[in-house]
Design a binder for this molecule. Sequence first.
Ligand SMILES: CC(C)(COP(=O)(O)OP(=O)(O)OC[C@H]1O[C@@H](n2cnc3c(N)ncnc32)[C@H](O)[C@@H]1OP(=O)(O)O)[C@@H](O)C(=O)NCCC(=O)NCCS
Length: 146
Amino acid sequence: MADYRIRLATESDLETCVAIATDAFHIYTKERRREHLQQLIPDGNVLLAEECSKVLGYASFLTDWFNSTFLKLVVVDPVARRRNVASALIETIARDHCPSRRFFSSTEADNLPSIAMHEKLGFKPSGFLDNLPQPERELFYFRKVR
Ligand SMILES: CC(C)(COP(=O)(O)OP(=O)(O)OC[C@H]1O[C@@H](n2cnc3c(N)ncnc32)[C@H](O)[C@@H]1OP(=O)(O)O)[C@@H](O)C(=O)NCCC(=O)NCCS
């Protein structure tokens, strides 16, 4: 049984989320990550997992991406990994934030933990995107939400 809870992020969570994401995806600077979150948090597009007031991880998403929901980023503090935190965040998006019932996500094609997670959560591969400013191409995933 999980002892963390999932809730929408607020502006007061901004710096905590920025800090959690710092080690993930070096193509984004801390400042760029902060700008992203500053735009997404007020729109209700960032969920976080919290345990005893400590943020374990967060997920940001769009609901207007090709008239579908798109998971922009899920990131979990290394000390809290393999406790289903990312899974719980993603399932909450699927349940509460997928008005079109079409749920897309993506990951770098060499990100094995992320690939394993997407497969476990029932996402199916949905094509690659080349020419991004990162060493690996991006692998997209799709899941139909009931
Ligand atoms: C990928 C990431 C979000 C997973 O978070 P997490 O909370 O540890 O994931 P969960 O505990 O929900 O794992 C769900 C399943 O994913 C798979 N998985 C997760 N991490 C894995 C790893 N390191 N190796 C192999 N499989 C892994 C497993 O099948 C796992 O289920 P299990 O623990 O019952 O075997 C986390 O490793 C992370 O923050 N990585 C850096 C950012 C990133 O790559 N984000 C994804 C791209 S958007």
